[in-house]
Design a protein around this ligand. Structure first.
Ligand code: NAD
Length: 327
């Protein structure tokens, strides 16, 4: 069984090489991202392994089908980059529904703490023997209200940590769970009452630009926005405007709407053409990491093991419990 592995990074290769031991799979690692131009590299394979910024649109899926690809094995939880309609009846899509929800939830908290306690500023100052505290005043999380949008695996871990801080947790989910003692409220209540808002829902038509100009008007002045979900949940230009008008107190972003050509790469020697991103990065109250929240040893090991298992199971049994269903 041959697998064409796209957008591979050194940390993928080492975790997958371990997971592939004793498995009858031949994996060819390609650094390039998968899209309609690069799909040809998959010729001769039965499966492609793809990640969050690979483009599995109609054109790519049709090419993969023509080359005889039977399975798209996503090594991530989200599948917003796959045209599932185009795959229907032709090609099966599997994903890794859970690896380490702690990795993402803890990263969200790391960004929040860094931001509100100005650790990013303090780190640079003390490296330069500047021991002044001026401008580093933060605020306690204890007693503050956090709004959590999406109470799935990651959202629940994030909520547990917030409760540990003594925060008042408000939740919103399109499909609330009733037996977990979570305090579900309307989205409007989240917008109006939260000092911190964190997104842990998938990117869908409904959640696209959930944070936009009109919603920003409803937010509490000084609110901290955390997005470790998908970039397009936030309209980045509206966010920038909200920061400029001082309505938004801080933004902690692990994802960005236009990240696909930038994130996971070193473009430090290039001119950044995305003015919105450049301005966001230049703001003292914006912390940006490049889709790093999943990157722990535990998560990488779980991703590799589940992906390999998904591929082996699908080709052995013709089905797999981690199949992404169009419904
Ligand atoms: P999950 O499926 O366990 O939870 C998602 C929750 O969102 C569910 O409870 C679902 O009911 C809810 N939801 C669906 N539509 C909604 C809507 N319109 N409004 C509010 N809530 C809605 O997923 P998870 O494992 O907790 O992951 C959440 C998201 O985190 C993923 O979709 C992915 O985009 C993102 N993610 C990011 C990283 C990273 O490295 N930054 C890593 C993994 C996952």
């Amino acid at each position: 069984m041959k697998v064409a592995f796209f957008d591979s990074k050194p940390y993928d290769v080492s975790s997958f090489e371990k997971a592939l031991q004793d498995k009858e799979l031949t994996v060819k690692f390609y650094e390039t991202k998968l899209n309609s131009d690069t799909a040809g590299l998959a010729k001769g394979a039965e499966c492609v392994c793809a990640f969050v910024n690979d483009t599995l649109d109609k054109e790519t899926v049709e090419k993969l089908t023509d080359f005889g690809i039977k399975l798209i094995a996503l090594r991530c939880a989200g599948y917003n980059n796959v045209d599932l309609d185009a795959c229907k009846g032709k090609i099966t899509v599997v994903r890794v529904p859970a690896y380490s929800p702690y990795s993402v939830a803890e990263h969200a908290i790391a960004m929040l703490m860094t931001s509100i306690r100005r650790i990013h500023k303090a780190y640079i100052r003390t490296k330069d023997f500047n021991f002044s505290l001026n401008g580093l005043t933060g605020f306690d999380l204890h007693g503050k209200t956090v709004g959590v949008v999406g109470t799935g695996k990651i959202g629940k871990c994030f909520i547990d940590i917030c409760k540990g801080f003594g925060m008042n947790v408000l939740c919103y989910d399109k499909f609330p769970v009733t037996d977990e003692g979570l305090n579900y409220v309307s989205l409007d209540e989240i917008w109006e009452k939260s000092d911190v808002i964190s997104f842990h829902c998938p990117l869908t038509e409904e959640t696209h630009h959930m944070i936009n100009e009109s919603i920003i008007e409803k937010l509490k002045k000084g609110v901290v926005i955390i997005n470790t979900s998908r970039g397009a949940i936030i309209d980045a230009e509206a966010l920038l405007e909200g920061i400029k008008t001082r309505k938004i107190g801080a933004a902690c972003l692990d994802v960005y709407e236009e990240e696909s050509d930038l994130f996971f790469r070193d473009v430090s020697g290039h001119i950044l053409e995305d003015d919105t991103l450049a301005l966001l990065i230049s703001m003292p109250n914006v912390i940006l990491t490049s889709h790093q929240a999943f990157l722990t040893e535990e998560a990488l090991e779980a991703i590799a093991n589940t992906t390999v298992n998904n591929i082996v199971t699908f080709f052995k049994e013709g089905k797999c419990e981690n199949e992404v269903c169009l419904q």
